[in-house]
Every structure is written in structure tokens, then in C-alpha cells.
Design a protein around this ligand. Structure first.
Ligand code: SF4
Length: 328
């Protein structure tokens, strides 16, 4: 029976301050309403995540928040001045709690990636699209060149990496193909892409793109088939099961369902609940649902995960690199 993987995570929004203004975003806050997560709140989430059987701490935040006026004031409220140093501290707390960090912090300089890599089992950045779309007109960080360069940088540093494309933001089918081909090209160069997310836009009320139609299921499945055809077999194709029927996705060629959290929201699509893994396993007739770590088995076996995560990965991973059964 074909295995379909997922990970169990706790989603920690480190700050919702962001230099970009994507037309579909409901996560970002203006400086007067933005926050950085207090240490005590992060610890509470990490402890509850570990108690709920999670293996992953997903740290996510708006891009380059330090460029936004008011950043220092927001950081001061959590008693910190340097966000990346604070993130390292949160990663250390995650490891102490028994969770493997996976950070998606937007486009970063190489020295910042080097700072974070040792503490992370894997890292990520959505490419979204190689097209220039009006949804990104106010988002300097969504320049395709910058994002492709960031993904290359991660490859040069041998960081197991998650990326993906966002469907329905104004790109064409040809753009989707070009985006997936660009990811496949970077993987051929560095061999570091562990999964590619095919994520449909879920328009949010109150955003400039609230009335944009959601991509149709057939369009999503066509893209999943395209990704499966263009990407090497070793790169997983992931479709979030809270945004698309999971059985249709796996029949079309997806072989991963991403991070599911027993205790935290999908902060990007907070009204879309995660399915329970047991219910998901029943739904996936003809496939077997298997739990993985935030780092995929072949990078576990190669030892590419950050060196500070080695002991915990060794404790959590079974012989084949998936999550050890006794931890389930
Ligand atoms: S980069 Fe992310 S957080 Fe920032 S505006 Fe765009 S979608 Fe929102």
C-alpha cells in the first residue's frame, strides 16, 4: 500500500509584523496592532505541543519585520531587541521540550540562514510564483529572483528545504509550470528540496483579494499532476488537507499532507481546521498514512539536519527515517 506522510506540529507565529503587503494576506498586522509572541506564551505552546505528541515546532513570521517602523517598540514589549537571536532562543526551547524546529522566516541574508540552520531540522520558503502578479505589487520580498536566490542559498548550505507554489493569485497555468520547473532546477543543482507544496488561495474577507475566485478542485489536481510529472520522485508533492479533499489529492499524485496540529490553528487560514490524523487515515482508503518528522527520511539518513537537532532526530527517527512508532 502506498504510504502518504504527514507531520504533527505546533504552529508558532513569532511575529505578524511584515514589510510586505500581499493582496491576499490576513496574517500581517500594521505596527499599531502587531505583536511578537511573548516567551511565556511560546513555552506554553511548546509544552502543550510536546504533550500532544507533536514532533515539530513550526516557527513562522512576517518577512523582514525589522524594516518596518515601530519594530523596536514591538520587540521591546517582549523584552527583546534582536528578533533572530530571540528565534534562536525559541528554537533552543523547542529542542528542550522535545520538538524539532522548522523555520519559515521569509527571505534572509546568508549570515542569518547560517545562524538559524544549526537549530533547525529543516527550513522553508514558499516560492509562490515566478510570475509578476499584482497581488505582490506592494511586496518587495515576493520578487521571484529574491526567493529563488534564497532557496539556492539554502541549497548551498545543505539545508533540507520546503517550498511551494500558491495557486490563484493571478498566475497562469504556464506560470505554474515555470515555477515548478524553477524549483526542479534548483533541486537538480543542490539536491535539497524535500517537498513542494501545492497550495490553493483561500480568499479572506477584508483583504484586497476577498472577491477573487478560489481555484477550482480540477485546477488544483491538474497542478498536482503537473508537479508530480516535473519533479523527481524523491521530492514529495504536498497538498494541505484543510484546503483540498485529501483523497483526490493523493489519487492525483500528492504523497504528503503537511503539518497537522492537534493544538494550534493554521494561522494563514485560521478558519480551515486541520483534520484529525485518525479520521484522515480512514478517509485515505487504499493508502497508508505514516508520520514523518519535519526533516524527510533521506535527509535524516544523510545527516543534513542542523547539528543541534542531531540527538533529538536520533531519538525520534526510526531506521527508515520516519517517526519511530513508539512515539506515536
Ligand atoms: S509576506 Fe506573508 S505575512 Fe507578509 S504580507 Fe505577504 S503573505 Fe502576509
Amino acid at each position: 500500500m502506498q504510504g502518504i506522510t504527514y507531520s504533527r506540529n505546533v504552529f508558532i507565529p513569532v511575529t505578524d509584523l511584515c514589510r510586505n503587503r500581499c493582496g491576499y494576506c490576513s496574517f500581517r498586522r500594521d505596527p499599531e496592532n502587531a505583536r511578537a509572541i511573548p516567551r511565556s506564551e511560546a513555552i506554553d505552546l511548546l509544552v502543550r505541543g510536546a504533550e500532544s505528541g507533536c514532533s515539530e515546532a513550526l516557527f513562522s513570521f512576517g518577512e523582514s519585520p525589522w524594516e518596518v517602523p515601530g519594530f523596536e517598540r514591538i520587540m521591546a514589549r517582549s523584552g527583546r531587541s534582536d528578533l533572530l537571536e530571540y528565534l534562536v532562543e525559541l528554537c533552543e526551547l523547542a529542542l528542550e521540550a522535545g520538538l524539532l524546529p522548522h523555520t519559515n522566516a521569509g527571505v534572509l541574508e546568508e549570515e542569518d540562514l547560517r545562524l538559524l540552520a544549526p537549530y533547525n531540522a529543516s527550513m522553508g520558503l514558499m516560492l509562490e510564483t515566478t510570475a509578476r502578479v499584482s497581488a505582490h505589487a506592494l511586496s518587495p520580498g515576493k520578487s521571484p529572483e529574491l526567493r529563488l536566490e534564497h532557496i539556492s542559498r539554502a541549497g548551498r548550505l545543505k539545508i533540507p528545504f520546503t517550498t511551494g507554489i500558491l495557486l490563484g493569485i493571478g498566475e497562469s497555468e504556464r506560470d505554474r509550470r515555470e515555477s515548478i520547473e524553477a524549483i526542479a532546477g534548483l533541486h537538480r543543482a543542490y539536491d535539497h528540496i524535500q517537498e513542494v507544496i501545492i497550495q490553493p488561495l483561500d480568499p479572506k474577507p477584508g483583504t484586497p483579494m476577498a472577491c477573487t475566485p478560489r481555484p477550482k478542485p480540477e485546477e488544483i489536481l491538474t497542478t498536482v499532476r503537473m508537479a508530480r510529472e516535473l519533479l523527481p520522485e524523491s521530492v514529495a508533492v504536498q497538498v494541505p488537507p484543510n484546503l483540498m479533499d485529501p483523497l483526490s489529492s493523493v489519487i492525483a499524485g500528492a504523497n504528503d499532507l503537511g503539518g497537522l496540529s492537534p493544538i494550534t490553528l493554521d494561522w494563514i487560514n485560521p478558519e480551515r481546521c486541520w483534520p484529525d490524523p485518525k479520521a484522515l487515515a480512514l478517509r485515505l482508503k487504499g493508502f497508508s498514512l505514516e508520520e514523518r518528522l519535519p526533516v524527510y527520511p533521506r535527509y535524516v539518513l544523510r545527516g543534513w539536519h542542523g547539528h543541534k537537532t542531531r540527538c533529538l532526530v536520533a531519538a525520534l527517527a526510526g531506521d527508515g527515517g520516519l517517526r519511530r512508532k513508539e512515539y506515536l
